[in-house]
Design a protein around this ligand. Structure first.
Ligand code: GLN
Ligand code: ZN
Length: 779
C-alpha cells in the first residue's frame, strides 16, 4: 500500500454509466416513442436530461474526467455502425427518411425489413447489434452524436473524454452482410475504415476533446498473428495522425496478453487495463514489457461488472506497484458500469448490513474517487473510507450468510463418486427402457408451455393481494391439467407440467434457495429497452425445502404417461445471477449443485422417472481465452454430474441446451453423462446431429425439429424431413423428437398445431422404420 502521494494528479474516471436512469426513464420514453405516445423531441429531451444528470452525478462523486458518447438509445455497437456509415442497404431508405426511426428500424426491424442480428457482448449478458459488412461496404464518417454529447458535457464545465468502439473490435465483431460470402473477413476492410476514424478524431479534437478513448475488448481474446498485426497497423496509423486528441486504448474483460506488447509499442498516449481478478496477469505482463514510460495508464481496479464492494487495500497495493510502471496512473472501473445496476442504496428491502457489501454503479463511482484521492494524497487522506471498507469486508467475510458450516461441511465431503452415476450408460439405458416403455423416436417438449396473459394476471393478482395463495394455486393447477390433457390427446410420449408457476427459470429457484438475494431495482440492460434483474448469489446455498416436487407430482397424478421433472442446472443458476467473488466459481457451483441434487432425489422419491436439468448457459459462460476453457469445463461438468448422479439407474436424466454452435464443447457435453440431451437444431438443419455423430456421442439426443423462435408452424412433412436427417447421424434407438426450446414465448394456437405436426412426423417416420425392418426380415 502506498503512503506517499503520487507525483502527478491522479484522475478518476469510468468508461460508461447505466443508461436507463434511476427509474428507468429512458426505457419508458423510448417505448412511449415507439407507441406514438412520446414525441421525438420529448424523447431527445429525456435523453439529454439523463446524460446531464449522470455527468453531474459522476462529477459530484469525485470523478475528474467523465465519459461521453457512451449513452445510447439502443446499443453502442449500433451507434458505432451509424458513426461509420455502415448502414445495411435494406435500411438506407428508412435512415434517410428519419434518422431516429431508421435507427430503431435497424435495431428492431419493421414489418418488411429485418433488423440487424443481435448477440452477446463478450462474456456479459448484454447484447449488441452485429455490424453487417461486405467487400462493397463504403464507410462514411458521421461524428454527429459523439460531437454533440462531448459538447454537452463540456458546456457543463466538465473534463470529458469521448468513448468509441475501436476499429479492431468493431471489425472483429462484424459479420458478412446477407448475400456476402460466409468466409468474407471484415478485418480486410481495415484500410478503408481507418480514414473514417481519422475524420471522427479530427471532429472530436475540433470540438475540444483532450483525450479520446478507443475500446478494444476484442484484444483480450485469443488473436491470430494477423489480427495482432492489424491492431499494430491501426494504432500506428491512428497514432501518426496530427489532427487528433490524445488516444487512450482500453482493453477490458481480462488480460491483454500478446496485444499488450503491440499497444505498448504503438504511438498511442495511454492504455486502460483491467486489474481485477480476470485481468490480474496484466500486472506482471506490464512489468515484463518494461511498463509504459511516458504513457498514461488507466488502471481498472474496481470491478465494473460485479455488484460487490471493492477491496481498497488490495487496489491500493496494485496502484502502488503501477506507479513505478507508467508515466501517469489513473483510477477507473475495469469496464463500463453499463453491466451493473444503478444504485444499491435504493435496495430498502435488503438488510442494511448486507446492503453495505453491495456496490452498484453509484457506489463504484465513489470507490474510484476515493482510491484516486488515496493515490494522489496518500492513504491518510482516506483513512475513514478505508476503515469503513475494512469493516464492511469483515462483516461479509464473517456473516452466517456467507459461511454456513453445514453447507461447507457438505461440499468439503464431496467425493469423486458423488459425481458419477453408479452404473455405466448401457446398463442405465436398459433399465430405463424397461421402466419407461417408450416407443422408438419418443416425443417430448423442453418444459415450458405458453405463458398466457391469464398466468401473468394471476401472478399480478397474487402480488397485489387480489387473490390469495390458494387462489393462485388453483389457477396454476387448472393450467397444469390443461397442459397435461393437451399432451395426452396429442400423443406426446414424455409429458411436462408446462412450468406455469415460473416467472423465470433462474429467479424461480433463486427465490427458494437460501443464500440468494432478490433486488428491487437491480435492473441491468440486456438489450435495447429490455432490462433484467438478476438475483444476487450472495451466500452459502442451501435448499430449505423441495422447490418443484408439488407441481410435478400434481401433474403426474393427472396421467399414466411419464411426466418429466424440470430444473435449472448449476451453471445456468450462476451465469444468470450476480455471483459472489469471495470464493472460486467452482465452489459456488458445487453448493448450488448439492442443493439441486436434493431436489432431483426428492423428485425421484416422489415417483418422477424422468428429470431434466437445463443448462442453456453452459456454452456462453465459456471463458474468453482458450487456455482457461479446461478449468471452467471441469467445474461446470462436475457440478452438473453432482446434481444428477444421486439417482437410480432406471431414472432418466435429461439436459437441454439451446444453441446450435457447440462444436467446441461437445466433449464437455459428453462429460455431463446425461442419458438424453435436447438441443436447438432446426435452423441449422440438424447440423448438431452430425457433430454429435462425428464425436461419437454415445447416448440419446433430441436435436430440435421445430424452430420455436418464430411463430411459424412447421408442417409434419418438414419435421419428418428433419427427423430423417437426424436419423442419418443418430440411430433410431437413440433419437428423440422435440422442439428446439421451451414454448413459453409462443401462443397456444401455433403450439397446438406445431406439436400435433411434430407427433405426426414421429409416427410417419416410425412407420417407415417399421417397414424397413419388416422388409429386411422378409428379404
Ligand atoms: N425448461 C426451460 C423451458 O422450457 C428451458 C428454457 C431454456 O432453455 N432457456 O422454458
Ligand atoms: Zn432452450
Amino acid at each position: 500500500m502506498t503512503a506517499e502521494p503520487a507525483a502527478a494528479a491522479v484522475r478518476a474516471t469510468v468508461y460508461g454509466y447505466p443508461r436507463q436512469g434511476a427509474n428507468r426513464e429512458l426505457k419508458k420514453a423510448i417505448e412511449g416513442y415507439w407507441k406514438g405516445r412520446v414525441s421525438a423531441d420529448a424523447l431527445r429531451t429525456t435523453a439529454a436530461d439523463l446524460r446531464r444528470s449522470n455527468w453531474r452525478e459522476l462529477a459530484d462523486a469525485g470523478l475528474t474526467e467523465v465519459p461521453t458518447g457512451d449513452f445510447s438509445y439502443y446499443d453502442h455497437m449500433l451507434d458505432t455502425s451509424v458513426m461509420l456509415g455502415a448502414i445495411p442497404d435494406r435500411h438506407r431508405e428508412a435512415v434517410a427518411a428519419d434518422t431516429l426511426d431508421g435507427y430503431f428500424a435497424m435495431a428492431r426491424g419493421t414489418q418488411d425489413v429485418a433488423p440487424l442480428e443481435m448477440t452477446k457482448w463478450f462474456d456479459t449478458n448484454y447484447h449488441y447489434l452485429v455490424p453487417e459488412l461486405g467487400p462493397d461496404t463504403v464507410f462514411a464518417a458521421d461524428s454527429g452524436k459523439q460531437v454533440a454529447e462531448l459538447t454537452e458535457a463540456l458546456a457543463l464545465g466538465l473534463t470529458a473524454r469521448p468513448v468509441l468502439v475501436g476499429p479492431i473490435t468493431y471489425l472483429l465483431l462484424a459479420k458478412p452482410a446477407p448475400g456476402v460470402a460466409a468466409d468474407f473477413e471484415p478485418l480486410t476492410l481495415l484500410d478503408r475504415l481507418l480514414p473514417v476514424y481519422a475524420e471522427v478524431l479530427a471532429d472530436l479534437r475540433a470540438a475540444g476533446a483532450e483525450w479520446v478513448q478507443l475500446d478494444e475488448p476484442a484484444l483480450v481474446q485469443d488473436r491470430t498473428p494477423a489480427e495482432l498485426n492489424a491492431a499494430a497497423r491501426a494504432y500506428r496509423d491512428l497514432g501518426a495522425l496530427t489532427d487528433r486528441s490524445k488516444l487512450l486504448v482500453a482493453g477490458y474483460f481480462g488480460r491483454l496478453g500478446e496485444a499488450l506488447q503491440v499497444l505498448a509499442a504503438s504511438p498511442v498516449e495511454g492504455l486502460a487495463l483491467d486489474f481485477t481478478d480476470s485481468g490480474a496477469a496484466n500486472l506482471d505482463d506490464l512489468a515484463a514489457v518494461g511498463g509504459l514510460p511516458g504513457k498514461r495508464l488507466v488502471a481498472g481496479v474496481v470491478n465494473g461488472r460485479n455488484i460487490w464492494i471493492n477491496d481498497h487495500q488490495k487496489s491500493l497495493a496494485t496502484l502502488g506497484t503501477l506507479l513505478g510502471l507508467a508515466g501517469q496512473v489513473d483510477v477507473a472501473a475495469s469496464c463500463s458500469l453499463l453491466h451493473v445496476p444503478y444504485d444499491a442504496a435504493a435496495e430498502r428491502d435488503i438488510d442494511p448490513e448486507i446492503r453495505g457489501w453491495l456496490a452498484f454503479a453509484r457506489q463504484k463511482t465513489t470507490e474510484i474517487a476515493v482510491l484516486a484521492r488515496g493515490l494522489s494524497q496518500g492513504t491518510d487522506a482516506i483513512g475513514a473510507e478505508l476503515a469503513a471498507n475494512r469493516a464492511a469486508l469483515a462483516s461479509r467475510a464473517n456473516s452466517p450468510l456467507t459461511r454456513d458450516p453445514a453447507v461447507r461441511a457438505r461440499t468439503a465431503a464431496v467425493t469423486d463418486a458423488d459425481g458419477r452415476r453408479a452404473q455405466p450408460y448401457p446398463e442405465r439405458a436398459a433399465a430405463q427402457r424397461a421402466q419407461l416403455g417408450l416407443p422408438v423416436l419418443p416425443t417430448t417438449t423442453i418444459g415450458s408451455f405458453p405463458q398466457t396473459d391469464e398466468l401473468r394476471v394471476a401472478r399480478a393478482d397474487l402480488r397485489a393481494g387480489r387473490i390469495d395463495a390458494a387462489g393462485y394455486e388453483e389457477r396454476i393447477k387448472d393450467e397444469i391439467r390443461e397442459v397435461i390433457s393437451f399432451q395426452e390427446k396429442t400423443g406426446v410420449d414424455v409429458l411436462v407440467h408446462g412450468e406455469p408457476e415460473r416467472n423465470d427459470m433462474v429467479q424461480y429457484f433463486a427465490e427458494q434457495l437460501t443464500g440468494y438475494l432478490a433486488t428491487q431495482h437491480g435492473w441491468v440492460q440486456s438489450y435495447g429497452t429490455r432490462y433484467v434483474r438478476p438475483p444476487v448469489l450472495a451466500g452459502d446455498i442451501s435448499r430449505p425445502e423441495p422447490m418443484t416436487v408439488r407441481w410435478t407430482s400434481y401433474a403426474q397424478a393427472q396421467t399414466d404417461r411419464p411426466v418429466k421433472g424440470m430444473l435449472t442446472g448449476p451453471v445456468t443458476m450462476l451465469a444468470w445471477s450476480f455471483v459472489r467473488d469471495d470464493q472460486p466459481l467452482g465452489e459456488t457451483a458445487r453448493q448450488v449443485a448439492l442443493a439441486l441434487r436434493d431436489e432431483v432425489n426428492d423428485l425421484e422419491a416422489a415417483g418422477t422417472s424422468v428429470i431434466q436439468v437445463d443448462e442453456p448457459a453452459l456454452r456462453e459462460t465459456l471463458p474468453l481465452r482458450a487456455a482457461e476453457h479446461a478449468a471452467y469445463l471441469d467445474w461446470a461438468t462436475e457440478s452438473f454430474r453432482l446434481t444428477t448422479s444421486g439417482v437410480r439407474p432406471d431414472t432418466q436424466i435429461h439436459t437441454h441446451m439451446c444453441y446450435a454452435e457447440f462444436g467446441d464443447i461437445v466433449q464437455a457435453i459428453d462429460d455431463l453423462d446425461a442419458d438424453v440431451i435436447s438441443l436447438e437444431a432446426a435452423r441449422s438443419h440438424m447440423q448438431v446431429a452430425d457433430e454429435l455423430a462425428e464425436h461419437g456421442y454415445p447416448r440419446e439426443a433430441g436435436p430440435g425439429v421445430w424452430d420455436i423462435h418464430s411463430p411459424r408452424v412447421p408442417s409434419a412433412e418438414e419435421a419428418a424431413g428433419l427427423l430423417r436427417k437426424g436419423l442419418a447421424a443418430i440411430p433410431a434407438e437413440r433419437l428423440w423428437v422435440n422442439p428446439d426450446c421451451g414454448l413459453k414465448t409462443r401462443g397456444w394456437a401455433e403450439t397446438r398445431a406445431s406439436l400435433e405436426n411434430l407427433v405426426a412426423a414421429a409416427r410417419d417416420v416410425r412407420a417407415e422404420l417399421a417397414e424397413l425392418t419388416d422388409g429386411t426380415a422378409k428379404g
